[in-house]
Design a protein around this ligand. Structure first.
Ligand code: ARG
Length: 472
């Protein structure tokens, strides 16, 4: 069926309609499209711009439609906006024709997209907050659980599980903040009343209309309002950066779950086996999470590539951006849920980790620093002394290194042996943000406060949207 094009262009080719139609993707924004139409019609009625009886009939029909949107997707149309008009025409006849006064698909689709983006970003923040809470709890239980950390994938310094988990938490806190900022200052603005590009003669009160849909402000310029998708590319960049950050963490867990490392016990629900090799335990959830980081980059690249070179003003290219944004948001929310489930049920093997830190030279840097500071030897010289002892002995036994250094530098061996004990090392690291259990406890307390603030902000947002508050 053709509707918009009838009078001017006549029949359409089915192939072209199906190539250019957004009906499939519109399934994800149909509720928001209807919400925007309801607000629009209510506003037209309140401004006495359309006959109230017709307006009310349209509102009733839209209300019925919102309960069964499947109807719409049986209609062949350019998009859900046209399908709704066809549906209303079939249900109400000519009176349905009051609906499009003073509106264009261009301002309506982007309003629906902003509403959908807002909901999904809030949902995403909700997931992040739950994950942060879990990370803080788990860190608290693992203040003293030792963990070797690596740079260049070569073992570097001794740390703790709490330190590692709180790194993820702090990163997620930063993402929470930037998502809140993007939400309030970029996404949550109404483009409605902008017409197709340069406004409308229908005296719409844009502020009133924005208020009806709970938008915090306006996208003022009507050209910018209808044709920009920058709120999408910015949101997509943040979500992609988050996905990439999580994929690095997923990679850590994949490495730690190998028999060579054996640092963690993954929950068996996150493992898959091989159809051929009976012994295999593959950490597939983290593999898919790691892959998702890459796929997210693909979606972001698609969004930016589509937007680039589209001249100012609405062009149908912009329609093709929607599916990538929604995929990005929906998959990232799912990825966060899966990651949280993993963190909840995985275990760090403290016995293995304890043995591991004894096996390697993880406290030798602390030893060199101690010698330099206590015995007033410039650090570069100490570094060279320690390195040459390591080379000479060819050992990873830190005690042997202490004895040799004590001989060579004429300093008390007992003093050095005491310093390199893992529990002592951690306590002598006094810099803020290091794995020192006492400092980490303070970090945890501070993070709990910040999380509480972020949760209150989230509660206010979900209350406004009338969705379930899962922060508590
Ligand atoms: N379906 C389009 C979209 O999703 C909206 C339609 C605008 N079409 C137009 N010819 N102005 O972006």
């Amino acid at each position: 069926m053709t509707f918009y094009r009838d009078a001017l262009l006549g029949d359409a080719s089915n192939k072209v309609v199906s190539f250019t139609s957004s009906m499939e993707e519109d399934r994800l924004i149909v509720n928001e499209v209807i919400d925007v139409l309801v607000a629009h019609v209510k506003h037209l009625i309140s401004m006495e711009l359309i006959p109230p009886e017709s307006g009310n009939k349209i509102l009733t029909a839209l209300d019925n439609l919102s309960r069964n949107t499947d109807e719409l997707f049986k209609i062949s149309a350019e998009d859900v906006h046209e399908a709704i008009e066809i549906y209303l025409r079939n249900t109400l006849g000519g009176e349905a024709g009051w609906l499009p006064l003073g509106r264009s698909r261009n301002d309506h689709v982007v309003a629906a997209l902003r509403l959908k983006t807002k909901k999904l970003v809030i949902e995403c923040v909700g997931e992040i907050l739950k994950l942060r809470k879990l990370l803080i709890e788990k860190a608290h239980q693992n203040l003293e659980t030792l963990l070797p950390l690596a740079t260049h994938l070569q073992l570097a310094q001794i740390s703790t599980v709490a330190h590692y988990l709180m790194y993820i938490e702090e990163m997620l806190r930063d993402f929470t903040n930037i998502l809140y900022y993007t939400l309030s200052d970029f996404i949550d603005k109404s483009p409605l009343g902008s017409g197709a590009i340069a406004g409308t003669t229908v005296p719409i009160d844009r502020f009133e209309l924005a208020k009806l849909l709970g938008f915090k402000g306006l996208v003022y310029n009507t050209l910018y309002a209808t044709s920009s998708r920058d709120f999408i590319s910015v949101t997509a960049s943040i979500i992609t950066s988050l996905s990439v950050a999580l994929s690095r963490v997923a990679e850590d867990f994949i490495i730690w779950a190998t028999s060579q490392f054996n640092y963690i016990e993954p929950p068996s629900s996150h493992l898959a086996t091989s159809s051929m090799m009976p012994h295999k335990k593959n950490l597939v959830s983290m593999e898919v999470l790691r892959a998702w980081g890459g796929e997210a980059i693909g979606h972001l690249a698609a969004i930016l590539s589509v937007i680039k070179s589209v001249p100012s003003g609405y062009n149908l290219d912009l329609q093709e951006v929607t599916k990538h944004l929604l995929r990005l948001l929906l998959n990232s929310i799912e990825a966060l849920t899966i990651f949280r489930d993993f963190i909840k049920y995985m275990e760090f093997k403290d016995k293995v980790l304890n043995e591991e830190v004894q096996k390697y030279l993880l406290t030798v840097t602390d030893l060199a620093e101690h010698i330099s500071m206590k015995y007033h030897i410039p650090y570069r010289d100490t570094h060279k002394e320690v390195a040459s002892v390591i080379k000479k002995l060819g050992t990873t036994d830190i005690n042997l290194i202490c004895f040799e250094l004590s001989k060579k530098l004429g300093i008390n061996a007992e003093d050095l042996l005491k310093v390199v004990k893992p529990e002592n090392v951690l306590r002598t690291r006094k810099v803020v943000g290091s794995p020192n259990p006492q400092l980490m406890l303070l970090t945890i307390k501070e993070s709990e406060k910040l999380l509480d603030n972020d949760c209150s902000r989230y509660s206010a947002l979900v209350e406004e949207l009338g969705i379930l508050n899962e922060c508590k």
